[in-house]
Write a protein that binds this ligand. Structure first.
Ligand code: PLP
Length: 431
C-alpha cells in the first residue's frame, strides 16, 4: 500500500500527496492508517494458528499517539524500551496488561513506574538488572513478572548497527548463563518467572536466522522444564524486514514466520509474544520534501531538498536506501542525482547517483518506506524545526503532530541561573 500514481498524481489512500504538501508545507511525514491496520491484521491472521499470541507493537518504530492508538484499537499490545515509551503506550490506550518492557538499562525509577502501572512483563537483560528489579519490586510490596531476554548467539545477517543476537552484542543474557540466571530469578523476592524472550535484530530478510534462534530457544525451554521452571510465555521479538528497493526479493511474510514459530515452538504450550515494528509502519509512511535547488557540481548534479538528516537519519546512519518518487508523474528525461539536504554535514545525503526523472526547484518528492524509524529519530540539529506528521484515512488527512515553532524551539533554553544544592553528596573517600 505504498503511494501510487493515479492520473499522474502520487496518492496515499484517497489523498493526493501534493495536497498535503501544499496545505501543511514540507518536510512532512504522511502515514496511511489503512496500510498500518492492514499490516497489523496480516500478523494477526498469520498467528491465528497459534491461538494464544499477543502482538506487541514495538513502539520505538513510531511513537506517535495516533499510530499507537490505531493499533491499540485493533487489540495490539506494546513493546516499550523506556518510561517515556511506556507512558506513550498507556496514554494511547494500550492496556498495561498487554505491555512488555525491553531494554538493557532500565533504571530503578523506570522499574517502579512500570511496576505501579502493572505491566504484563519485564524482559530482563542481565543479572544486575534482575537484582535491581527484585529490590525495587520487594520495596514496593509488588511482584515483577519477568522473562529473561536471552542472547542466542545467532547471526541475523543484517546491518551491524541493528544486529542484536550475537554474543558480542550488548543485548540479552549470554547463552551459557541462562539456566543459572533463571535459578537466581527463582530465588529472588519480588520476582515471578513468567517467560523467555529474544530479539535477534531488525530488517531480517531471511527466515534462516529465525529458524536457528527458535531451535535454540525450544531446546532451552525444555532444559528449563527439566530444572523445574515452566515458562508461560515465549517472546520471539520483532525484526521482519521490508523491501526498501523495488527490485529486491520480497522479504519473508508474517505467515511464513508464523509457520516457522509453530513448527519450532508451537508444541511447548506457552503464550507467544511477537514484537513487530518496522514491518507494521515502514511501508505505511512517506516523507514529503520540496526540491529547493538543483546544483551542478564538478562531477555530479545535486538535488537539494528541504528535508534533511535531522528529519530522516536512516541513510546517514545505516546507509539505508529509500525510494524517491516525484509527486507528479514524469515521462521526461532521466537524470542522475545525489539527493542531499540542507544540513551542514556531507553525511546529509539521502541517495548517491540515483537515476530520477528530471526535477527543478519547487518540485515535490516523496521518500518511500519512511514510516518506521523516521519521525521518531528526528531532531532539531541546525535549529531546524521538528518535522510534522500527518495521518491519512481514506480521502481525508489530519495532522497528528504539528510543525514546531521557532519560539518553542528557542524557548527550551533558559537563562543561566546557579542551581541551589542543599544536600551535597559526600565526596567518595580517596582510594
Ligand atoms: N523488539 C525489540 C526488543 C527491539 O529492540 C526491536 C527493534 O530493534 C523490535 C522489537 C522491533 O524490531 P523491528 O522494528 O525490526 O520489527
Amino acid at each position: 500500500m505504498n503511494p501510487n500514481y493515479k492520473h499522474g498524481a502520487l496518492m496515499m489512500e484517497g489523498v493526493k500527496l501534493s495536497t498535503v504538501a501544499s496545505v501543511i508545507g514540507t518536510p512532512v511525514y504522511c502515514y496511511s492508517r489503512g496500510a498500518i491496520e492492514a499490516a497489523y491484521m496480516r500478523y494477526r491472521q498469520a498467528f491465528s494458528a497459534l491461538p494464544d499470541t499477543l502482538v506487541c507493537y514495538a513502539v520505538k518504530a513510531n511513537t506517535n499517539q495516533a499510530v499507537i492508538g490505531a493499533l491499540a484499537s485493533l487489540g495490539a499490545g506494546a513493546d516499550v524500551v523506556s518510561e517515556g515509551e511506556l507512558r506513550r503506550a498507556l496514554a494511547a490506550g494500550v492496556p498495561a496488561g498487554k505491555i512488555v518492557y525491553s531494554g538493557v538499562a532500565k533504571k530503578r525509577n523506570e522499574m517502579a513506574y512500570a511496576l505501579k502501572a502493572g505491566i504484563y512483563q519485564f524482559n530482563v537483560e542481565s543479572e544486575p538488572e534482575l537484582e535491581a528489579l527484585s529490590d525495587v519490586a520487594a520495596g514496593l510490596g509488588l511482584t515483577a513478572s519477568i522473562a529473561l531476554r536471552v542472547n542466542p548467539d545467532v547471526d541475523a545477517k543484517t546491518h551491524a548497527k541493528i544486529a542484536t543476537g550475537k554474543a558480542e552484542n550488548k543485548f540479552g543474557i549470554p547463552w551459557q548463563r541462562v539456566r543459572d540466571v533463571y535459578r537466581l530469578a527463582g530465588a529472588l523476592p519480588g520476582i515471578r518467572i513468567q517467560g523467555i524472550a529474544m530479539h535477534i535484530g531488525s530488517q531480517l530478510l531471511s527466515l534462516e536466522p529465525y529458524a536457528a534462534a527458535y531451535d535454540r530457544l525450544a531446546h532451552m525451554v525444555v532444559a528449563l522444564q527439566a530444572d523445574g521452571i515452566r515458562l508461560a510465555s515465549i517472546d520471539i521479538g520483532g525484526g521482519l524486514g521490508i523491501a526498501y528497493e523495488d527490485d529486491q526479493p520480497a522479504p519473508p511474510a508474517p505467515a511464513e514466520l508464523a509457520t516457522l514459530a509453530k513448527q519450532h515452538l508451537g508444541h511447548l504450550g506457552s503464550r507467544l509474544i511477537i514484537e513487530p515494528g518496522r514491518s507494521l509502519l515502514g511501508p505505511a509512511g512517506v516523507l514529503l520534501a520540496e526540491v529547493i535547488y538543483v546544483k551542478s557540481g564538478e562531477s555530479r548534479d545535486f538535488m537539494i531538498v528541504d528535508a534533511a538528516m535531522n528529519d530522516l537519519i536512516r541513510p546517514a546512519m545505516y546507509d539505508a536506501y529509500h525510494g524517491v518518487m516525484p509527486l507528479v508523474a514524469r515521462d521526461g528525461p532521466c537524470k542522475v542525482y545525489d539527493i542531499v539536504g540542507p544540513v551542514c554535514e556531507s553525511g546529509d545525503t539521502f541517495a548517491t547517483a540515483r537515476p530520477m526523472p528530471e526535477v527543478t526547484s519547487g518540485d515535490l518528492v516523496a521518500f518511500k518506506d519512511a514510516g518506521a524509524y523516521g519521525a521518531v529519530m528526528a531532531g532539531t540539529y541546525n535549529s531546524r524545526l521538528l518535522v510534522p506528521e500527518v495521518m491519512i484515512d481514506g480521502d481525508q488527512f489530519g495532522v497528528i503532530r504539528p510543525r514546531g515553532s521557532y519560539e518553542a524551539l528557542i524557548g527550551l533554553d533558559t537563562a543561566w541561573q546557579a542551581v541551589a544544592v542543599t544536600d551535597e553528596p559526600e565526596a567518595a573517600p580517596e582510594a
